[in-house]
Design a binder for this molecule. Structure first.
Ligand code: FES
Ligand code: FES
Length: 161
């Protein structure tokens, strides 16, 4: 069975088993290793990508269910998504990254959160991170970076009206 979808803005055709997890297509077939495979059970969030702008775990999404849809990985978001770029810069500024395994998924989850929640408080940010596990950082600097992005948005007049 052939599945065709958009991957980071380009047409992607897959002729293999439609039950193949998206994470395997990305890492094994396309060498897009930014998306991390850690638990492979939907718990850790390291493999999150956007499907039609929704953050979803690539380990749980069979390729066959992507027909006609649009998928963005961390590679695409780093190039084309201003919110993801802003977040990556903030992570760097506050020195949030340690081993880095969780960060592609964090960026994909939290960039969408920032787009939808321009007035979020610290508790809301922590709540948004429930599906993204980090074994290294203790989370506080990650929250600091997101709060910086929210503050920048307010100063730039980007808050909800
Ligand atoms: S590898 Fe997909 S959620 Fe952990
Ligand atoms: S920085 Fe190592 S898992 Fe988050």
């Amino acid at each position: 069975m052939t599945t065709t979808f958009q991957l980071n803005g380009e047409s992607c055709r897959f002729d293999g088993d439609p039950m193949t997890p998206l994470i395997d297509l990305l890492r094994r077939d396309r060498f897009m290793t930014g998306t991390k495979a850690v638990c492979r059970e939907g718990f850790c969030g390291a493999c999150i990508v956007h499907v039609e702008s929704e953050p979803v775990p690539a380990c749980l999404r069979p390729v066959g269910l992507l027909e006609g849809l649009s998928v963005t990985t961390i590679e695409g978001a780093s190039q084309f998504d201003a919110e993801a770029q802003r977040l990556q810069a903030a992570f760097e500024r506050v020195d949030a990254v340690q081993c880095g395994m969780c960060f592609p998924g964090m960026v994909m989850s939290l960039s969408e959160f920032l787009r939808e929640n321009s007035r979020a408080d610290r508790d809301a940010v922590k709540h948004a991170m429930v599906g993204n596990i980090c074994r290294c950082t203790g989370y506080e600097r990650i929250v600091d970076a997101v709060m910086e992005c929210l503050a920048e948005g307010e100063h730039a007049g980007g808050a909800d009206v």
